[in-house]
Design a binder for this molecule. Structure first.
Ligand code: IMP
Length: 189
């Protein structure tokens, strides 16, 4: 695992737009080990297809899949619900669909963050219509108190407060996905 670099030195190029560290790289990696162990245990008999929601969940998927000790398979979807702003539009657009036929499969959606819940709610219904054997969600972050729709989350990494956050896959206008910790964003969106 890469040494974590959520210190002032390695983030100097982004520092003017970053607030406090919400979750350090070390805490992220420790939680992902735990999630991987739990998923390994729960899916012993039926390794899931991990559905990564691009682009925000890509860092999470890359680390999580290496902690799952089962022959999982991986596929990607791209959805858009925000555009470049920091408020949800409530409209979910499918930009890239799965390549895999999911009928009869165990599906585990790997998501970066659940905010209003609208994106996941839409995805669960959209993929649910294709007859998977099961469909569950593993979300790294859950913004507490903001859910406009209730979505069942089988695995959650961290509950976080309402602030807009960036890093570890999460962006603002495509920036800061490459930070290895999660920060509050204090710049102009
Ligand atoms: P929801 O539909 O409101 O739950 O929004 C989910 C999507 O919005 C996530 O998959 C992210 O791509 C994006 N999002 C929500 N909150 C944040 C945030 O604080 N930072 C960056 N992206 C976010």
């Amino acid at each position: 695992m890469a040494p974590h670099s959520s210190d002032d030195l390695s983030t100097h190029w982004a520092r003017h737009e970053l607030g406090e560290v919400v979750i350090s790289a070390k805490d992220l990696q420790a939680k992902i080990v735990e999630l991987g162990q739990q998923i390994t245990k729960d899916y012993q008999d039926n390794p899931p297809l991990l559905v990564c929601v691009l682009k925000g969940a890509v860092n999470f998927l890359a680390d999580l899949m290496r902690e799952i000790e089962l022959p999982v398979t991986v596929d990607f979807m791209a959805v858009s619900s925000y555009g470049a702003a920091t408020k949800t539009s409530g409209v979910v657009q499918i930009l890239k669909d799965l390549d895999t036929d999911i009928a009869g499969r165990e599906i585990l959606i790997v998501e970066d963050i659940v905010d209003s819940g609208l994106t996941l709610d839409y995805l669960l219904r959209y993929l649910g219509e294709r007859g998977p054997k099961s469909i569950e969600v593993c979300a790294l972050l859950h913004k507490v108190g903001l859910q406009r729709v209730e979505v069942p989350l089988k695995y959650v990494g961290f509950a976080i407060p309402e602030a807009f956050v960036v890093g570890y896959g999460l962006d603002v206008a495509e920036r800061y996905r490459n930070l290895d910790a999660i920060y509050t964003f204090v710049g102009e969106a």
